[in-house]
Design a protein around this ligand. Structure first.
Ligand SMILES: NC(=O)c1ccc[n+]([C@@H]2O[C@H](COP(=O)([O-])OP(=O)(O)OC[C@H]3O[C@@H](n4cnc5c(N)ncnc54)[C@H](O)[C@@H]3O)[C@@H](O)[C@H]2O)c1
Length: 306
């Protein structure tokens, strides 16, 4: 297998590719032969304003190394704009084979202070945005009977974190979206997988540092560079990964983890049916030893990255 040709002849649409993780995915996909549509609204980490320069600069970088790329400056949270991205990839780059749902913002707030606007903006960009792009790509992928979808999730959703109810809900919603797309579209040779990255980026730089534990976490994050996320994404996008579908994979520096999916852990049953009292006195005590403690992502990934 020639490394250089892994994505030769493919066209990829990568959202939020003007910075951070998305930019690195775009650069590696271009190096491996893909033509890339660089979508980025270019707003602030909190989802305000817009700026064309991040996407335009990545297009310039790809062209400078001999690759082919085009820019799109729209927001993924618009269903109509997402349709435009899919059309632009086909019109300007000649097709669409790969979609990477990567655009993201953060509005961390402790839950009792989270506003409706904070919730709506975060869910609109991550969950609705991923649906928007995936849905329009699905029409193309179904017709051509092939396609790759890769969506960015987060351990803030898979495990949990302080102040991230909106973000965690959106990111775990993306896992369900991805799995159900995988189930619906496997018959058309379309795969849909999630990546949970750990990388120092502008987005992570907005996480409030309120304690020594937060400070240690941020210092550790600074050692994890976004370029480390790109190789597994490129691998998933390749023809060789046809059999990898409906999975969640976390990537942290040189570590790659296959994440678990939900299964029943332990069951209790009674022929008489449950009352609230028998649930309290019988079922809960029996299940308790198997229940999960209230852990956060940094407590599960509590060792230094390799
Ligand atoms: N960095 C991490 O450790 C980490 C951890 C877990 C998940 N993630 C996820 O990885 C993805 C990339 O994050 P990053 O850390 O590189 O952040 P980043 O802020 O560096 O990049 C995100 C990009 O998305 C763009 N964007 C925001 N809203 C948009 C919209 N509506 N339409 C189009 N583009 C938009 C931004 O302009 C920005 O360039 C996000 O989905 C994030 O939730 C990152």
């Amino acid at each position: 297998m020639s490394e250089q040709k892994l994505l030769e002849g493919k066209v990829a649409l990568i959202t939020g590719a003007g910075r951070g993780v998305g930019r690195e995915i775009a650069l590696l996909m271009a190096k491996r032969g893909a033509k890339v549509l660089i979508n980025d609204l270019g707003g602030s980490a909190q989802g305000e304003d817009s700026d064309q320069s991040p996407a335009a600069e990545v297009v310039r970088d790809i062209k400078a190394m001999g690759g082919e790329a085009a820019a799109n400056y729209d927001s993924v949270s618009s269903f109509k704009a997402a349709e435009g991205m899919v059309e632009q990839a086909q019109d300007e780059l000649g097709g669409l084979d790969i979609v990477v749902n990567n655009a993201g913002i953060l509005r961390d707030r402790i839950f009792h202070k989270m506003s409706e606007e904070d919730w709506d903006l975060v869910v609109d960009v991550h969950l609705k945005g991923s649906f928007n792009v995936a849905r329009h790509a699905a029409t193309v992928f179904r017709k051509q009977e092939s396609g790759r979808m890769i969506h960015m999730t987060s351990t803030s959703g898979l495990i949990g974190n302080f102040g991230q109810a909106s973000y965690g809900a959106a990111k775990l919603g993306i896992v369900a979206l991805s799995k159900c797309i995988a189930l619906d579209m496997a018959r058309y040779n379309v795969t849909s997988n999630c990546i949970g990255p750990f990388a120092w980026s502008r987005l992570v730089g907005t996480i409030p540092v309120n304690s020594e534990a937060d400070r240690v976490r941020v210092e550790r994050m600074k050692t994890m560079t976004p370029d480390k996320i790109a190789p597994p994404v490129v691998a998933l996008a390749s023809d060789q990964a046809q059999h990898i579908n409906g999975q969640v994979i976390c990537v942290r520096s040189n570590e790659i983890f296959l994440m678990g999916q939900s299964r029943p852990l332990r069951g209790m049953q009674t022929a008489e049916g449950w009352t609230p009292e028998t649930v309290l006195n019988h079922a809960f005590p029996a299940l308790e030893s198997t229940m999960y403690p209230l852990e956060r992502s940094p407590e599960i990934f509590n060792w230094d990255p390799v």
